[in-house]
Design a protein around this ligand. Structure first.
Ligand code: ADP
Ligand code: MG
Length: 337
């Protein structure tokens, strides 16, 4: 099997031009299995970056499914766990997103993700009978969580994976920590989960490049944003090619226990909440274009860029004036109202 993992760090390129008048404070760290970059400008920038780095390290320690000292590891080992406030908030939000998306995102998908080898990079195509047995263990509505005591226990064999939402949640925590220092201009990039605080120091919006899903060296288009999270889920980010020649990626359709082949190859969600942007980018990828647009029309509160496997780019009307497609020969742009 041919195996390819693209670094999440290159998922999104940030264009930081236009900030020459204030010297940025920057730090790059590896946490949550990805390269993270924090950049802040002006008064409080040093403290802001330090606080953000501390926050992602703390969250990584709580949320990693593979770290034997984490809360998620204890939960997945069958223990009843009294969650820390952060994990409790993330669990509550994740269950809400799972419900909102009708289970397109399901944080109890972990047994399936493991069976395909995405946790170890020892990729394999499980037998249909294995998949159907494991699907018995999947179902976010079977998680028993008491919000008052913050205790949670999982039915036997059920395991949680916050992979689809953890970085988005971490970016929300970082925004809170960084703005607490008085910083008004900063960028957080948690391996493709980008959060813009304020604007550039000259008052103009940040320009964020969305990776071209068909060419890792190029970008698909630019988004200009202020005070927004921009999160991309791409099939190209982690995948393997099976002996059957099929490409299998790490975004699963929880109803099938298989990689989601919905016709979409990249989904970017833009909204104020990092955790919703992260959860929804995975969910819309699973849903496919038609259901994703229906979902947007029904619930709103976010914008999206959808890229389909036939070279179409669909954007929602809220970003009509802030998204620029790079190559109009390669891609055709449509706008949803
Ligand atoms: P990434 O974290 O790679 O940027 P996503 O936010 O789309 O991309 O999350 C994908 C990760 O979430 C997978 O690696 C897996 O751990 C987990 N996952 C995959 N499919 C689902 C799903 N349908 N619902 C919840 N979690 C999922
Ligand atoms: Mg996600």
């Amino acid at each position: 099997m041919r195996i390819k993992t693209l670094s999440a760090a290159v998922l999104i390129t940030l264009f930081l031009c236009g900030c020459s008048e204030a010297k940025p404070v920057s730090e790059t760290v590896f946490a949550m299995d990805t390269v993270m970059e924090f950049t802040a400008y002006g008064e409080g920038a040093d403290d802001a970056v330090n606080l953000a780095v501390q926050a992602v390290r703390r969250l990584d320690g709580l949320l990693s499914a593979t770290d034997p000292n984490s809360e998620v590891f204890a939960l997945n080992s069958g223990e009843t766990v009294e969650l820390s406030p952060d994990t409790a908030v993330l669990l509550t939000k994740s269950l809400a997103i799972s419900t909102l998306t009708g289970g397109a995102v399901d944080i109890t998908i972990y047994p399936i993700v493991k069976a395909w080898g995405f946790t170890t990079s020892e990729y394999t195509i499980p037998q249909p009978s294995t998949i159907s047995d494991l699907l018995e263990k999947v179902g976010y509505n079977k998680v028993v969580f008491d919000g008052n005591t913050r205790t949670v226990s999982l039915p036997e064999g059920m395991e949680i994976d916050f992979g689809a939402v953890a970085k988005g949640y971490a970016s929300d925590v970082c925004v809170k920590e960084m703005t607490s220092t008085g910083v008004k201009s900063a960028l957080i990039n948690l391996g493709g989960n980008v959060c813009a605080i304020g604007t550039k120091t000259d008052g103009t919006p940040w320009n964020i490049a969305i990776k071209d899903p068909n060419n890792s060296d190029k970008y698909l288009g630019l988004l200009s944003v202020a005070d927004k999270a921009v999160v991309t889920s791409g099939g190209y980010e982690r995948y393997f090619t099976g002996d059957d020649g099929e490409v299998y990626w790490h975004i699963m359709d929880p109803s099938a226990g298989m990689p989601a082949k919905s016709g979409l190859i990249s989904v970017t969600v833009i909204c104020e909440s990092g955790v919703y942007a992260d959860g929804l980018s995975t969910a819309l990828f699973v849903m496919g274009k038609e259901r994703a647009i229906e979902f947007w029309r029904e619930f709103g509160g976010f914008d999206a860029v959808l890229v389909s496997d036939d070279g179409q780019v669909y954007i929602t009307s809220g970003i009509e004036n802030s998204f620029t497609l790079r190559d109009t020969d390669l891609y055709t742009l449509s706008i949803f109202e």
